[in-house]
Design a protein around this ligand. Structure first.
Ligand SMILES: Nc1ncnc2c1ncn2[C@@H]1O[C@H](COP(=O)(O)OP(=O)(O)OP(=O)(O)O)[C@@H](O)[C@H]1O
Ligand SMILES: [Mg+2]
Length: 393
């Protein structure tokens, strides 16, 4: 089984202990009247900040952080984090995973590539383009708001904005299963998603899409729906769609995950999973791709939830729960496909374990000390999850 993934892959730079009341932060914040300024608790694009300030981002960063904080750097992005999860839990024998991303020719790009070499993924399709390697800067001020703490994000699309659907090499389409993850943060791919799905389906490939918050479309049209494919008759080209509650609501224009799932079903998406943090996971399947037919809800992992509550704050966070959830679903799907018709319930069980486990360590990617380490952590969570649902093991 060959799996190829593309979409959002970047470096997360975590700057802890940024003082949101410092002049350097306040000067570039929206609260001080800066157009496209830092949105405390939210995200802005680095490119927009540069444009409205007229100052290169590196200089702004120096002022915001005081220039003295060394960031902790991790791999992030819904496509690459899901692909890495698959590379960790799927056996090397019989499964190969390729990742097609885009980086700039800069230090951060070399760092990203170095880090990606730690995983059993083929990154020969990783492209280079003009501009910076995409990154998200996360500024954290634990003393903000009476010590409740807050985080502010800047996403720099950079080189990831240069790649169009048509730039993806033909080899991308050679795999059995094609994954498009977080393409809203790779705008050129996102705008071509309909075309990419059509090309994949013309070759009879399995198509999976996992979404990310679409800041670009939200900014352009705050009260409107977010576009996903360019025409309604292309929704049926998606075999499996994974979105979180907010994304599903914004794409569908409906009010909750239940009616959002129904909307996707009406549009022809074969199967849908809507995650909702610690709340239930809404699923729906038309019976063509997965064996189940109809709508059903599944719980999150109680065991992981319990452990999350007692995990020390500096050792665990919920970053990447959604991305690992998707990776868990995809990995289960890939292994099930080897043996016949896949079950959506089974795939969601693996997603719930992987998503829950991501809340028990820092960042989205778990760095294994040896092959199989993550799987060892997941096994008891999967068993507990099945028990929670009353499944006989
Ligand atoms: N508190 C929790 N307890 C148990 N499982 C959780 C909890 N929070 C998240 N998860 C698992 O992770 C899945 C995805 O979470 P969520 O819906 O928050 O994704 P998301 O919004 O895409 O997150 P992110 O984009 O920050 O990674 C949930 O469906 C669940 O399986
Ligand atoms: Mg997410």
């Amino acid at each position: 089984m060959n799996i190829n993934a593309t979409g959002c892959s970047l470096i997360d730079n975590l700057y802890s202990l940024v003082d949101f009341s410092s002049p350097g932060y306040r000067r570039w914040s929206a609260e001080s009247g800066m157009k496209n300024g830092l949105n405390t608790g939210g995200l802005v694009f680095g490119e927009d900040l540069e444009e409205s300030s007229g100052i290169p981002y590196n200089e702004l960063l120096n002022q915001i952080t005081g220039g003295k904080i060394r960031p902790e750097q991790n791999i992030g992005g819904p496509a690459v984090v899901a692909a890495i999860h698959m590379s960790q839990v799927l056996p090397r024998d019989g499964f190969s995973i390729g990742f097609y991303g885009c980086r700039g020719e800069d230090e951060l790009g070399s760092l990203l590539e170095e880090k990606l070499k730690n995983f059993n993924m083929d990154i020969s399709g990783y492209m280079t383009a003009e501009g910076k390697t995409p990154f998200t800067d996360v500024f954290s001020d634990p003393s903000y708001n009476n010590s409740n703490g807050e985080r502010t994000f800047v996403n720099y699309i950079g080189a990831a904005g240069e790649i169009r659907g048509r730039d993806l090499p033909g080899t991308f389409f050679d795999a059995d299963m094609l994954i498009f993850g977080g393409t809203a943060l790779t705008p050129g791919l996102h705008d071509d998603l309909g075309y990419l799905l059509a090309r994949a389906k013309a070759g009879n490939k399995i198509t999976c899409v996992n979404t990310v918050y679409d800041f670009r479309n939200q900014k352009q049209n705050p009260s409107g729906q977010w576009p996903l494919v360019d025409s309604d008759d292309r929704f049926h080209l998606i075999d499996l769609l994974i979105a979180d509650n907010e994304e599903a609501i914004k794409i569908s224009g409906r009010n909750d995950k239940y009616s959002a799932a129904a909307w996707f079903e009406e549009k022809g998406v074969r199967s849908v999973i809507i995650t909702h943090g610690s709340e239930s996971i809404e699923c729906c399947s038309d019976g063509h791709f997965f064996t189940e037919k109809g709508h059903f809800s599944m719980p999150v992992s109680e065991e992981a939830g319990r452990k999350m509550k007692t995990a020390p704050e500096d050792k665990a966070d919920t970053t990447g729960c959604g991305d690992n959830f998707a990776g868990g679903v995809y990995a289960s799907l890939a292994s099930q496909l080897a043996g016949g018709n896949p079950s959506l319930r089974e795939a969601v069980s693996f997603g719930a374990a992987a998503g829950g486990f991501a809340g028990l360590y820092c960042g989205g990617v778990f760095f294994e000390k040896y092959k199989g380490e993550k799987e060892e952590h997941l096994k008891p969570l999967i068993a507990a999850y099945k028990k929670q649902q009353g499944v006989e093991l």
